[in-house]
Design a protein around this ligand. Structure first.
Ligand code: NAP
Length: 263
């Protein structure tokens, strides 16, 4: 099933579930910037939440808000029993420590999965795993290569694939080109999270039955969004950009909210 249909199906299931709940799952989003990209992400999240019948609330603060005021607001929301989930939209202004903010969110409300004690897995890798599972990808014993080792994508992706018994190789900017070629040409699954347009350009021969998950979001010279891979690689499945991993990430925020709500 393509990602759009999969996401639409899961949202329909959630809508039915939420309609039967007396108290609706409640998420608060704190945004401390005037960044147009953040505005678009937040709009998308609120649209998703509203569509499934959850209560999504935005608290938008001016970029000059002092760190202590943001921490105070987080503390108030942490203590509010009516709020199930809390996320702080990134990026934060330079005078606010991302690390401090991430650790200030009560773990049980951390639906982004950023706090080490959060019950939720981070949205992007978890969304990818759930989609691949729905597609019937045989994780156990498969050769999975993750390109990129960031804390929000590459590292947790590697951990979740390991938990599914894949043989995981994480490669990065220090990986030698000949090793990159070797790993990629033997991979059953490649998750590309680099942030470079056309990084996977078809020059390395991949397995015909490989699955390629393109996490990258890059603005092309045409002004449009593109992934890290050129389109139409000769593989079994390649996720598109746009309309791919971004939708899975958004879907998983809803899944994580339902998870903490139930807890
Ligand atoms: P990041 O923190 O910048 O990490 C990029 C990773 O790519 C780093 O580990 C880096 O290696 C590696 N890399 C850079 N150049 C490389 C090269 N030539 N060969 C191999 N590896 C190389 O980025 P991120 O936060 O993980 O995000 C990656 C991309 O995914 C971005 O385009 C971002 O916008 C997108 N993204 C999309 C979603 C979504 O929902 N669709 C969610 C999150 C991120 P080093 O560690 O050695 O520097």
């Amino acid at each position: 099933m393509d990602i759009k249909s999969y996401v639409a199906m899961r949202k329909e299931e959630m809508k039915t579930l939420i309609s039967s709940m007396e108290r609706k799952p409640h998420l608060v989003i704190i945004q401390v910037n005037d960044n147009p990209a953040s505005d678009a992400y937040v709009r998308g999240k609120i649209k998703d939440g509203t569509e499934v019948g959850a209560n999504f609330e935005l608290k938008k603060l001016p970029p000059e808000t002092p760190e202590e005021d943001v921490l105070k607001l987080i503390d108030e929301i942490n203590k509010d029993d009516d709020v199930d989930g809390l996320i702080v939209q990134l990026p934060l202004p330079k005078h606010i420590s991302e690390e401090k903010i991430k650790l200030a969110v009560a773990p049980k409300k951390d639906v982004d999965g950023f706090h080490p004690l959060s019950p939720c897995d981070p949205c992007t890798p978890k969304g990818i795993i759930n989609y691949l599972a729905a597609e019937g990808f045989p994780f156990a014993g498969s050769n999975a290569v993750v390109i990129g080792r960031s804390n929000i994508v590459g590292k947790p992706m590697g951990a979740l694939l390991t938990a599914r018994s894949a043989n995981v190789t994480i490669v990065h900017s220090k990986t030698k080109p000949e090793d990159m070629k070797y790993y990629l040409s033997h991979a059953d699954l490649i998750v590309v999270a680099v942030g470079k347009l056309g990084f996977l350009d078809g020059s390395i021969k991949l397995k015909e039955d490989a699955y390629v998950v393109d996490v990258g979001i890059n603005r092309g010279e045409d002004g449009k969004l593109h992934g890290d891979c050129v389109p139409n690689l000769p593989v079994k499945l390649q996720t598109p950009v746009p309309g791919g991993v971004g939708l899975l990430t958004r879907l998983t925020l809803l899944e994580n909210l339902l998870e903490v709500y139930k807890k």
